[in-house]
Design a protein around this ligand. Sequence first.
Ligand SMILES: NC(=O)c1ccc[n+]([C@@H]2O[C@H](COP(=O)([O-])OP(=O)(O)OC[C@H]3O[C@@H](n4cnc5c(N)ncnc54)[C@H](O)[C@@H]3O)[C@@H](O)[C@H]2O)c1
Length: 275
Amino acid sequence: MRLENQVAVITGGANGIGRATAIRFAEEGADIVVADVLAEPAAETVAAVEALGRQAIFVQLDAASRELNEAMADAAVERFGRIDVVMTAAGITHGGYVSGDVEADRKMLRRRFDHADQPGMAFCAVELDDWQRVIDVNLTGTFLALQACGRRMIDLGIAGRCITIASIAAKHPDAGPVAYTVSKAGVWMLTKKAARELAPAGIRVNAIGPGFIATNMTTMVDDFAEVKDALMGQIPLGRMGQPLDIANAALFLASDESSYMTGEILHPDGGYFTE
Ligand SMILES: NC(=O)c1ccc[n+]([C@@H]2O[C@H](COP(=O)([O-])OP(=O)(O)OC[C@H]3O[C@@H](n4cnc5c(N)ncnc54)[C@H](O)[C@@H]3O)[C@@H](O)[C@H]2O)c1
């Protein structure tokens, strides 16, 4: 029971990595605020947490909105009286990303191939709206959640822990579309900056930079054999990761076992970065 009676706010908690972490944290005694843009799958996460004998609430969140991040933090304190951990797993790979809508992802990936006969055009054709939404959700959204939850931790005198979700794309330009890789590189720098700024308040901030994890975000690669083969060729352990692989890393960063770590990034990536 490494998180007994603690309260964790998890953005993007409706699916994939966020949901697996909500369940893993609840197994260790935490109550959970599931914050997500999608209500239906979030209800499943809430039910899974409750089935473990812990409490959970759903909060509707668009990660890009300061107002809604503040409302999320308020709801956590109102319902549970505290925030011990925040994990920012809300994320998108392209402006039209909706978790579970594989057709939108297929279209996004196909667009890259539309420009295969014109070197450089895939980059030059990226729409500003697409770029902006990805930066707003992934990078600004992480900043806003850290601010909102960090402020409550400070007000309540809690030595909180913040866990951001970057990616191997934070350090490797081939691991995603341009706005995605740049947003994740920003999340990594934001993590280091927030770690320094919040350390005097006793709050630790660390990142996880997952490799290729089997979630709604990666389902579409099954349709593109060449892309999938290339990905698998870069993973020495020879398999995609599971959401639980990331949830276990998050548990380590949320618990006292990592009490001397801040401003760090963990890469559960099957060995991707050994090249
Ligand atoms: N799956 C991977 O291979 C992989 C690798 C590296 C990093 N990541 C990162 O992990 C995080 C979780 O992704 P996942 O793989 O579990 O995908 P997922 O689609 O299963 O989960 C993402 C969640 O974020 C939510 N979300 C999206 N936009 C939102 C918004 N504006 N406001 C609030 N919630 C929003 C979605 O509804 C969804 O529940 C993301 O930040 C992603 O970039 C994933």
